[in-house]
Design a protein around this ligand. Structure first.
Ligand SMILES: *[C@@H]1O[C@H](CO)[C@@H](O)[C@H](O)[C@H]1NC(C)=O
Ligand SMILES: *[C@@H]1O[C@H](CO)[C@@H](O)[C@H](O)[C@H]1NC(C)=O
Ligand SMILES: *[C@@H]1O[C@H](CO)[C@@H](O)[C@H](O)[C@H]1NC(C)=O
Length: 802
């Protein structure tokens, strides 16, 4: 408001005081026009709030009606401060009491306190007359005591600061009369105190001063110019004392609101009445116009119910002589539903973590409608198919809360549309879109694509070769979904798994660290873990079974007769042996499995090809026909043992057979023995035979009573012994018949090949009748036999690896 040059009283800020404090509401009274930042009061203290929590609870002051900032709250101290200009005259125009309604909003939980600010007037405005200069035409015949109305002065300040007094400068003819009328308005009149005489003076000027009651006082001045006429006249008279009209807001320009009319009894120019606003507010002046001839009041500018619902004005009617009267016009503005509801997002948590409990408040919505009554009743709704709902909170506030668990892996962003509709007719609505993002929480462990993995690897693989790959998926975000693979510690055959396999942490590829041996183990299991990089990390594990497939990498091993170069054994064949008699047996094993270990026996060379046959599968050597006298006493067979692998591997051995009933009947052999320069042959033979027998007994005991040892390297315990040392057998040898014990045929073979004439040991006969009791076994050094068997002693190596 204008301060017309006069001094403005500076009011100390401590004027503010708590008026009352009920039900969590605050009231303060302050003078208008306080400086920005002045302290109004301490809301924290007055409401008993914790000052330290104000910031966390997002304390703020909102105005209820419009969005101008009048006040702020200092979050550090809880003080309510002046946040902008507060001009009582602008806020409340002429209302006697001016109360500014504010809200103190606190969140979590939402709390609302009404703050009423009573704005006290200060004398910042001077009284003012509608016009600085007024004309008054008065007949010289006017009687003493005649009254002449002049327009009153107006002061926008209220109460004591309004116009209190009028002073008329001293003059010869007029005195001042001020009377309050029924409306409380003042009627200011000049009263003729001494008759006028036009011939003496035809005009005069009077000075009228209006003063207010403020301190210091302010005043306004008008000059009244009185012109003295020489004829008499009647003042116009309004048809109504007061006019009232109502007008819907937003009426178009030019709409006639009301027509005032005043009649004048005079004829001619004296009866011509013209109308004028004698008192009207600034806003009224902008909204309405008055036709000075017809008295029609028309809409001249925007009429807004939300700004002013009622206009009051005074109109004067004046005739040609300047005689006037006035009347009051009240225009009521009626509400039209012209304001859609407004939705304000007062607070929002964004992003929201996906593990929020159901019913958590994620935002606060405020809805306002500036219309009145039904037009401002608002219903709020939210679109379907989102896991959120609006819960009415205090007054026109709503909480946005979750209705079901959120899962970022399914929906990571929400566009929530909130619609507000008022109850006017037609209703108006508006909507607002609220965006919410869901933040990741490490709630998904990595999941392997398969329940378990199988890897097949051919033995003798290259170290570093890839066996298989595992893969796990984790739908979480960034590091929460980054999968790292590792081997879980474990043992394979007593060695850590890491010495066999490694897994690439990033790709999940599993590599062999060393070459694998089927003969060592056929399969093993390892556990691979997939872990994400979240904190805390989540993991899962999976079993990887590694199956090693066989390769024909082991040749058959002939256990009996002992390999070339180590021993030299001879079987005795009785002369009386019939065709089909069992004479001996080749025993061989193969460390491979399946086809690779399926052995077949062949005689590749023999002294007398028609005399002996070998069973293809069992290796049993039998006579093909009866032995006759003509048969060579010394028979030599070279037997090849082949496996069925691709390519197949084989081994050969020599078998020496002596057709004789008695070792003593072999003169060549005897001679040969005695030809030897070594005269101690007999004792050697005895020692050898005893050793063989003893050793073979040991072997039988080992075979029958002890589990096979799998780890020792094949090794001959005794050079040239007629024995199958248990340690010689490959680890899986026992699986030949699947029971872990040696097959009975081997048992029988062992017996068959162990006899010695000089042996003290006798064995239970557990074999078939057709078995010949060929218990003659001779052991000699290979060189000793060279002469006996001639060139048969040549190494059978030529038959190897056919
Ligand atoms: C959400 O709304 C915004 C703007 O209204 C738009 O750009 C965005 O694509 C919307 N998102 C979804 C998921 O609908
Ligand atoms: C991963 O999850 C944790 C909670 O488990 C969360 O604090 C973190 O922000 C998430 N990381 C990312 C990148 O989303
Ligand atoms: C591997 O997973 C099984 C079940 O899936 C669980 O019982 C076991 O504890 C896990 N082992 C490790 C080392 O994580």
């Amino acid at each position: 408001m204008t301060n017309k040059g006069k001094s403005l009283l500076f009011l100390p800020f401590c004027f503010a005081f708590v008026v009352h404090l009920t039900d969590g509401d605050l009231s303060y009274a302050i003078p208008e026009e306080m400086k920005r930042g002045s302290i109004i009061g301490n809301a924290a203290k007055d409401l008993g709030l914790e000052v330290g929590r104000l910031s966390a609870r997002k304390a703020r002051i909102d105005s209820e009606e419009n969005h101008q900032r009048y006040c702020e709250i200092d979050l550090k101290t809880g003080n309510v401060l002046v946040g902008g200009r507060i001009d009582r005259e602008e806020l409340c125009t002429e209302k006697a009491s001016c109360v500014l309604k504010l809200e103190l909003v606190l969140e979590s939980p939402l709390e609302l306190h009404r703050v009423s600010l009573l704005i006290n007037d200060i004398n910042d405005n001077s009284p003012a007359f509608p016009k600085d200069r007024m004309e008054l035409e008065i007949s010289e015949l006017a009687d003493k005591g005649a009254r002449y109305r002049v327009n009153e002065a107006h002061d926008v300040d209220s109460g004591q600061n309004g116009v209190q007094q009028y002073i008329l400068e001293k003059n010869d003819h007029f005195i001042l009369s001020v009377r309050a009328d029924s409306d409380g308005l003042k009627n200011v009149e000049l009263v003729l105190d001494k008759e006028l005489d036009r011939e003496e003076k035809w005009d005069l000027s009077l000075v009228l001063v209006a003063v207010d009651g403020g301190s210091p006082q302010r005043s306004g001045t008008a000059i009244i110019h009185v012109i003295i006429l020489d004829a008499n006249d009647n003042a116009p008279v309004f048809t109504e004392v007061a006019y009232e009209a109502s007008l819907p807001e937003n009426s178009p320009l030019g709409t006639v609101v009301v027509k005032v009319s005043a009649a004048d009894a005079d004829e001619g120019v004296n009866g011509e009445v013209s109308y004028d606003f004698s008192r009207i507010s600034e806003r009224g002046k902008r909204a309405f116009s008055l036709d000075s001839k017809t008295g029609e009041i028309k809409v001249a500018g925007p009429v807004d119910f939300e700004q002013d619902s009622k206009y009051e004005m005074r109109i004067s009617a004046k005739d040609g002589y300047g005689l006037s009267s006035d009347s009051k016009v009240v225009i009521h503005v009626t509400d039209v539903n012209d304001n859609p509801p407004l939705i304000f997002l007062k607070s929002r948590h964004n992003p929201i973590p996906e593990n929020l409990p159901i019913g958590t408040e994620v935002g606060i919505i405020n809805v306002q409608d500036r219309d009145s009554e039904n037009n401002r009743q608002v219903r709020c709704s939210i679109q379907q198919n989102v896991p959120f709902k609006l819960v009415p909170s205090i007054k026109n506030y709503y909480s946005l809360v979750t209705t079901s668990p959120l899962d970022r892996e399914l929906v990571s962003d929400y566009n929530i549309t909130i619609t507000a509709t008022d109850e006017g007719s037609p209703p108006l609505s508006s909507s607002k879109s609220v965006q919410l993002s869901v933040a990741d929480v490490n709630d998904n462990p990595p999941v392997f694509e398969e329940q378990s993995y199988n890897a097949y690897v051919t033995e003798n693989n290259k170290p570093g070769s890839t066996l298989c790959s595992v893969s796990a998926l984790d739908p979480d975000w960034r590091q929460n979904g980054t999968v790292i693979y590792s081997l879980l510690p474990g043992e394979v055959n007593g060695a850590p798994v890491s010495s066999y396999l490694s897994v690439n942490g990033d790709t999940g590829l599993i590599h062999a660290v060393r070459s694998l041996d089927y003969e060592q183990f056929r399969s093993f299991k390892v556990h691979v873990m997939a872990r994400d990089n979240g904190s805390p990390p989540l993991s899962s594990n999976v079993t990887v079974s590694v199956f090693i497939t066989d390769v024909n990498d082991n040749s058959p091993q002939i256990l009996y007769p002992a390999p070339e170069g180590h021993s030299f054994m001879t079987e005795l064949v009785p002369k009386a042996a019939h065709g089909g008699s069992l004479v001996s047996k080749v025993i061989a094993v193969d460390a491979d499995s399946g086809q690779n270990a399926w052995l077949s026996y062949h005689i590749v060379k023999s002294t007398d090809p028609g005399l002996f046959t070998i069973d293809l599968h069992s290796g049993e050597i039998r006579t093909q026909r009866d032995i006759s006298e003509s048969d060579n006493m010394k028979q030599n067979l070279i037997v090849a043992v082949k496996d069925n692998g691709q390519p197949s591997l084989s081994a050969t051995c020599s078998m020496y057979l002596l057709i004789s009933d008695n070792l003593a009947e072999v003169p060549e052999l005897k001679d040969m023995s005695y030809d030897d320069t070594n005269s101690k042959l007999t004792s050697y033979l005895i020692i050898a035979l005893v050793s063989v027998s003893t050793f073979f007994l040991t072997f039988i005991i080992v075979i029958l009573g002890v589990r096979f040892c799998h780890r020792r390297k094949p090794r001959l315990l005794f050079d040239g012994a007629v024995a199958i040392p248990s340690a010689y057998l490959p680890p899986n040898y026992a699986e030949v018949d699947g029971t872990g014990t040696l097959r009975s045929t081997y048992n029988y073979d062992a017996y068959l090949t162990t006899g010695s004439r000089t042996s003290d040991f006798k064995f239970v006969r557990s074999y078939n009748d057709n078995t010949l009791p060929a218990d003659q076994t001779l052991k000699k050094s290979p060189t000793d036999f060279t002469e006996v068997f001639g060139n048969f002693v040549e190494s059978p190596e030529g038959y190897l690896s056919e």
